[in-house]
Design a protein around this ligand. Structure first.
Ligand SMILES: [Mn+2]
Length: 424
């Protein structure tokens, strides 16, 4: 289904007076409002093709109705999100879950919904039906060269799919690791992985990037071969200038200082971008900003400061993507909440008084530094985010409109109650 501009405008008109009152109040204290609004308008977050269905756990999956059963339907769903918030203008495909049968037709459909193709993702953490060798004991680090070869070829295949669609980057996340002490020789595993990555790196087109995502644990529980940002950076530094380290917020051990990691990766020009989500305990894949919005703000504060220090384009120089899963929510409503949380954290980072903060840091005024950061964090920037959304043609209240238009009910009518999206 398509949401007409007219429906969105009608809805905005009924909310306009209340919005303007809140916006003017918020705007009164902000100097460079137009610059901030333009940055918010430009900022786009890619939606992964596996986030449109209801997420599961290893104990069960409770599918909702009207889930997209095909790649075409997934693109339509992201088109709906983008129509509502004008901030979800890209899709990130997972191969082999979403192999396009006709790349040109898929490209056309995406363009019709004003969507671009973000990074393509390979999958060597599962065995596929027709696969010759198993990834039970890893893929790029495997002790058997034939398994490594198969995993390398798969990644090269994924690059080819991406080229056909206009993607410019490959994200590699490996579940390779070990569950028990003694299972692996760490150095052999590292060297095998590095040699495999070198072959994939060599197959990248000249304008492509390789993103290497790390994760502390799970599915392996004793060691992970790309287990933290140091290990990922070691690989990407040795691979070359087209290799970058990807930060997934849920892939750290508890209480890790992610904002510091981000800051240093940017300093080294090695930050690829983000997989956004939130977590309480581990890789929980919860809605962005649902558990620890202050951490998200602190990360964006480092991002904005670091990108500005290098004159980077906030919207295009790093990769922004959601990587979350939704056990108990409507996936589309959840994604709207995640995008909103990202935009709020970004807007708060944009209003930090950077000069005052530098001044406070230079004289060790710890209290002042905290006051400056928390003044931004405690500012209600929702009217700014809503204004940017309205100016770019989106809805002032996306979730409210999604519900009042009964979008999910219509999708269930179109697709049926029992539909299951591909993914985990
Ligand atoms: Mn991820």
């Amino acid at each position: 289904m398509l949401l007409s501009k007219q429906l969105i405008e009608q809805s905005n008109n009924t909310l306009l007076t209340a919005h303007q009152r809140k916006f003017e109040l918020a705007a009164a204290d902000i100097n460079n409002m137009n610059t901030i609004l333009q940055k918010l308008i430009d900022f786009q977050v890619a939606i992964p093709s596996w986030a449109l269905g209801t997420g599961g756990t290893r104990f069960g999956r409770f599918s909702g109705g009207g889930e997209p059963g095909t790649l075409e339907q997934k693109i339509e769903d992201i088109g709906l999100l983008h129509a509502l918030n004008q901030s979800s203008g890209a899709i990130s495909l997972h191969i082999p879950w979403d192999i396009p049968s006709d790349a040109n037709a898929i490209k056309k459909l995406a363009a019709h919904h004003h969507l671009k193709f973000d990074a393509v993702n390979s999958n060597t953490f599962q065995d596929q039906k027709d696969q010759l060798h198993s990834y039970k004991f890893g893929s790029l680090h495997h002790v058997d060269k034939a398994v490594r070869r198969q995993a390398i070829e798969h990644n090269i295949e994924v690059i080819k799919h991406g080229v056909a669609l206009g993607s410019k980057s490959l994200t590699v996340w490996l579940s390779d690791g070990s569950c028990f002490p003694g299972q692996l020789n760490f150095r052999t595993a590292w060297k095998n992985t590095f040699e495999s990555l070198q072959e994939i790196y060599a197959a990248l087109p000249s304008d492509w990037k390789l993103f290497l995502e790390y994760k502390a644990y799970e599915p392996n529980f004793y060691s992970t071969t790309v287990g933290d940002w140091g290990q990922s950076l070691l690989y990407t530094a040795k691979l070359g200038p087209k290799a970058f380290t990807l930060v997934d917020l849920g892939h750290h051990l508890p209480n890790a200082n992610i904002e510091q990691i981000v800051s240093l990766l940017m300093m080294e020009d090695k930050l690829a971008g983000f997989h956004f989500n939130d977590s309480k305990y581990g890789d929980d894949d919860l809605t962005v900003g649902s558990i620890n919005p202050y951490q998200l703000f602190l990360i964006f504060n480092e991002l904005v400061e670091g990108m500005d220090a290098k004159s980077m384009n906030h919207a295009t120089d790093l990769a922004w993507m959601i990587d979350a899963s939704h056990n108990v929510k409507d996936p589309l409503e959840d994604l709207l909440q995640s995008i909103e949380a990202i935009m709020i954290a970004y807007a708060q980072a944009l209003i930090v008084d950077t000069n005052a903060l530098k001044e406070a840091q230079s004289v060790n005024d710890v209290v002042k530094a905290q006051e400056i950061l928390q003044a931004a964090f405690r500012t209600d920037v929702r009217p700014l985010v809503a204004e940017a959304r309205m100016q770019s043609g989106g809805a002032l209240q996306p979730i409210q409109l999604f519900r009042s238009l009964k979008v999910r009910e219509q999708l269930i009518q179109e697709r049926g109650v029992v539909t299951v999206a591909t993914g985990l």
